[in-house]
Design a protein around this ligand. Structure first.
Ligand SMILES: Nc1ncnc2c1ncn2[C@@H]1O[C@H](COP(=O)(O)OP(=O)(O)OP(=O)(O)O)[C@@H](O)[C@H]1O
Ligand SMILES: [Mg+2]
Length: 368
């Protein structure tokens, strides 16, 4: 059992509040990712959980027990940093052994634990190597191994993959997810990379300027972003957002226009009346191409990714949108196209950027 509960946690540095009241419960065995732009307070929050940073106000509970005053070593957590901070003069075995020695663990037990972890992380061939003789991915595995040998209740990761190249990051993502399934340890993982967040998390916590913008499963956030910030932060390529205004409303729909496009979106318009300014959001993968109807824009650039093609289309009002089509799409630059957003996957945001209540079935709710 390992739960972590944050109750209105705050952090102030010289009069400036950096973390402005964060409350959430991380369940036993859950993999929770904190994501958000640089400077939003992810590391500060994680360091407060780890005990490396004092909590200005609020309460931290680990397994239901207040931990604010406990030192890092008493909390039963292990943290893996972006800079692996391995001891350069010690080999892999000694690096992993160090904290166990400090804790006074008998040698036979140390050897057994390190052997187990080296096997899980496929580090057995490198136990005699110094960090300088390892690749970035291997070093990262040693840093993770050093955390695992301590058998912590909770793992804390702060951007552990950001020093690696793209291919290795992809590989390590899968390794970490596999490891989590195997160990089943409660994990809090910080990243500014929304792809890492989407692919690894059970739940994602989106932070901005020290405030939680939304908490949910990856697909909750993807399909039902609560506001424009979350809508644009999650998903790659990013959601298209277009200034629009309401033409008409019913009790179950709002019809909006933006440039050459008119869409009837299944939302509660609330108090919004025809004429009200809104923002229409639609992801590139939720826009179709209509080659038969009247053209609404010109293809400016087509990015061929192989499995998909991203068409950057300049609409007749001058705004640009990105449309994701099949990898074999052959629309050349300057070809005229019609675009058809899928209304069920369109989002409307009011003047404050808050999403209007959506009425289309969440794809995950279908059949459930
Ligand atoms: N020791 C400190 N003293 C004063 N301000 C600090 C201190 N540590 C962090 N900050 C400020 O707190 C804010 C949040 O910093 P933090 O490192 O938590 O951001 P982050 O979300 O981890 O960003 P990044 O993605 O760049 O790592 C920043 O504005 C930073 O300047
Ligand atoms: Mg950080």
């Amino acid at each position: 059992m390992a739960t972590v509960e944050l109750r209105d946690i705050r952090k102030t540095y010289s009069d400036e509040e950096i973390i402005k009241g964060v409350s959430l419960t991380i369940h036993d065995r859950e993999f929770v990712v904190f994501v958000g732009p640089s400077g939003c307070g992810k590391s500060t929050l994680l360091r407060m959980i780890a005990g490396l940073e004092e909590i200005t106000a609020g309460e931290l509970l680990i397994d239901g027990v207040r931990a604010n005053e406990k030192g890092p070593a008493e909390r039963g957590l292990a943290m893996v940093f972006q800079s692996y901070a391995l001891y350069p003069h010690m080999n892999v075995y000694r690096n992993m052994e160090f904290s166990l020695r400090l804790a006074g663990m008998p040698e036979a037990e140390r050897r057994q634990r390190i052997a187990d972890v080296a096997r899980i992380l496929q580090l057995e061939p490198y136990l005699d190597h110094k960090p300088g003789q390892l690749s970035g991915g291997q070093r990262q595995r040693v840093a993770i191994g050093r955390a695992i040998v301590r058998n912590p209740k909770v793992f804390l990761f702060d951007e552990p993959l950001s020093n690696l190249d793209a291919a290795l990051r992809g590989q390590m993502r899968v390794e970490l997810a596999t490891l989590h399934r195997r160990l089943g340890a409660t994990t809090i993982y910080v990243t500014h990379d929304q792809v890492e967040a989407m692919t690894m998390a059970d739940r994602i916590v989106v932070l901005r300027r020290g405030v939680v913008e939304q908490i949910g499963t990856p697909l909750d956030l993807y399909h039902r972003p609560r506001n424009l910030f979350v809508a644009q932060f999650m998903g790659s390529p990013a959601m298209n957002v277009l200034p629009a205004h309401i033409v008409s409303v019913t009790d179950r729909t709002a019809t909006v226009t933006t440039g050459p496009l008119t869409v009837t979106v299944p939302v509660h318009a609330g108090s919004l009346q025809p004429g009200a300014a809104v923002t229409l959001g639609v992801r590139p993968e939720h826009i179709g191409l209509d080659m038969a109807g009247a053209p609404q824009g010109l293809v400016e650039i087509s990015e061929r990714l192989g499995a998909a093609t991203l068409l950057h289309v300049r609409l007749s009002d001058g705004r640009q949108i990105v449309v994701q089509t099949g990898g074999d799409n052959m629309n050349a630059p300057d070809s005229a196209v019609g675009v058809t957003p899928d209304p069920a996957h369109c989002h409307l945001f009011d003047a404050d950027g808050v999403a209007l209540d959506h009425l289309a079935a969440h794809p995950l709710q279908v059949g459930s």
